[in-house]
Design a protein around this ligand. Structure first.
Ligand SMILES: Cc1cc2nc3c(=O)[nH]c(=O)nc-3n(C[C@H](O)[C@H](O)[C@H](O)COP(=O)(O)O)c2cc1C
Length: 175
């Protein structure tokens, strides 16, 4: 893939919140997760885990945990990406908390982009009550749910979300 293909690939993705009922098949789910397995991580400790949720009742419960966001129940698959603090803190102590968050965020990004290669739409969902998500999924205390990546077959809206001028992010040789 050359740089223009890559730019086109990235700008061809946008968040989708309307999904058909067509489920993701196991090969699609496995592909998405295996791509996350190639992500970099602090000390190569891979301090992330994912709970794949396809059960309709659990999706409804998670949508409630996400303040009623409907796309969470409508998406046929949810990838609940968690930071695994113990895995990273065992080597890095307190700093491991930050590393685990970064590892999980990168893993989720890889999943989102892996889905995009398969024409599977996603919506990264960060607004949810963590304790409710913990309870619904029976998460152990040493992991923190960071994102619910809602995934399925759907269509992007014609109007893409705008972006800041890229220059506003950039500071050269100091702030
Ligand atoms: C950390 C994070 C949290 C987000 N949380 C939500 C959310 O709770 N609900 C939602 O509908 N979209 C959520 N989004 C998606 C953003 O709204 C979306 O990425 C942004 O508006 C840019 O649009 P685009 O993804 O179509 O380019 C989240 C995205 C990120 C990265």
């Amino acid at each position: 893939m050359n740089s223009s293909d890559f730019s086109r690939f990235l700008s061809g993705r946008s968040s989708v919140r309307e999904f058909s009922e067509t489920p993701l098949n196991q090969a699609e789910i496995d592909f998405i997760i295996s791509c996350a397995g190639t992500a970099p991580s602090a000390g190569n400790l891979e301090a992330w885990d994912v709970v794949v949720v396809t059960d309709a009742e659990l999706r409804l419960d998670l949508a409630e945990s996400a303040f009623g966001q409907q796309h969470v129940s409508k998406a046929p698959a949810l990838f609940v990406v968690c930071a695994n603090y113990v895995r990273s803190m065992s080597q890095y102590g307190e700093r491991g908390i930050l590393y685990a968050v970064q590892d999980a965020t990168i893993a989720c990004t890889y999943m989102m982009l892996a889905a995009h290669t398969q024409n599977i739409s996603t919506c990264w969902t960060g607004a949810f009550e963590e304790d409710e998500v913990r309870q619904v999924l029976g998460l152990p205390p040493h992991v923190r749910p960071l994102a619910i990546l809602a995934a399925g077959h759907g269509h992007a809206t014609a109007v893409r979300a705008g972006r800041m001028n890229i220059g506003e992010h950039v500071h050269s040789d100091g702030w």
